[in-house]
Ligand binder design. Structure first.
Ligand SMILES: [Zn+2]
Length: 333
């Protein structure tokens, strides 16, 4: 009898014109026996996956299989990360949370009229390891697998790249900019593939990983030298001396402009940003007030009532080490 208890959790939908927010990569963590465990695949073997054979207008089963393979390759080709994937064929079976098979397929969900795709996990809550993940792409939307994209159709490769980011254990990044359109928001720019709102139909920018995505996957699955070649910054965000929960903290590299973000995730306002290119950075702290906080962090405790603040000076990130702790005190707005 297995000791493993399985739970299925639905996370991370990629929305079209969603009510949204703002910035940085987030690892999913689970509390197991009082300890926070990062959600990740077991090391030492590739993640095996199957694809569904369901087709949509303009995307054949072969197009689907090949497009998904390209999106996996995009993540696999990050030099500083060790994760690998192994295609294991296709199937006509429907997606199922409890078959032990990691699967990506179309499903027709017209009632989810803002959801392009979503990823669910089955995890071993004793060990914290991922057992299975399933990704559906909503067949109720128009899709394209064309190399250069197609007007009026969502780019399957872009959306698959985002969902595969979830599949490997990444949450949403708040690095992005939107504008209000009708009752939702449209993406003007995204600083990460893991930004929770999709680009408009026809756009293929979501196929290309950004520094925040690369820092995220490399932090969870570092290759041999990643930790020696990059540095980290940790510290606290406070307000009147008390920790701020749910603040968005962004490091901007002063030479390259690369953005890597994170959140304060406990009541003492502690944050850690890892995978930062060595050199000088500035930190910006901002509230998650540009839309739907729940796209990033669960819970009602998120403090969105403070003004944007910056680190008092540039911070030098050492190669292979942690910069001296930084405390940034914010004030109410
Ligand atoms: Zn998502």
């Amino acid at each position: 009898m297995s000791q493993a208890r399985r739970v299925s959790v639905l996370v991370a939908i990629l929305a079209v014109l969603s009510a949204i927010p703002t910035s940085a990569y987030l690892k999913f963590g689970y509390r197991i026996n009082g300890q926070s465990v990062v959600l990740k695949w077991p090391e030492g073997r590739p993640v095996s996956y199957v694809v569904g054979t369901r087709e949509t207008t303009g995307v054949s089963a072969a197009d689907f299989r090949d497009t998904i393979a390209r999106a996996f390759a995009t993540w696999e080709n990050v030099p500083s990360s060790s994760i690998r994937f192994a295609p294991a064929g296709d199937t006509t079976r429907p997606l199922s949370d409890n078959d032990g098979i990691t699967m990506l397929a179309y499903a027709n969900r017209p009632e989810l009229d803002r959801t392009l795709g979503a990823t669910s996990y089955t995890i071993d809550i004793i060990a914290g390891a991922l057992l299975e993940a399933d990704v559906f792409f909503n067949a109720a939307f128009p899709w394209s697998a064309a190399p250069g994209g197609q007007a009026g159709r969502f780019d399957l490769e872009s959306i698959a790249t985002h969902e595969i980011g979830h599949l490997i254990g990444l949450g949403h990044s708040a690095l992005g900019e939107t504008e209000v359109v009708g009752s939702g928001r449209r993406v003007l720019s995204a600083g990460a593939v893991m930004f929770p709102i999709a680009f408009s139909p026809g756009n293929i920018d979501g196929r290309r990983l950004q520094p925040d995505d690369i820092a995220g996957i490399s932090d969870i699955y570092p290759d041999g030298t990643f930790r020696q070649e990059t540095g980290s910054i940790s510290g606290r965000v406070t307000r009147g001396g008390l920790g701020v929960f749910g603040a968005h903290v962004v490091a901007m590299h002063l030479r390259t402009g690369a953005l890597v973000g994170g959140f304060t995730l406990d009541d003492s306002g502690t944050f850690v940003l890892a995978g930062i290119e060595p050199g000088p950075v500035v930190l910006r702290v901002e509230p998650l007030d540009d839309g739907d906080v729940a796209s990033f962090i669960e819970g009602p405790r998120v403090d969105v009532g403070f003004a944007v603040a910056f680190s008092p000076r540039a911070i030098f990130v050492p190669r292979g080490g942690n910069a001296p702790d930084v405390t940034i005190d914010v004030v109410g707005k």
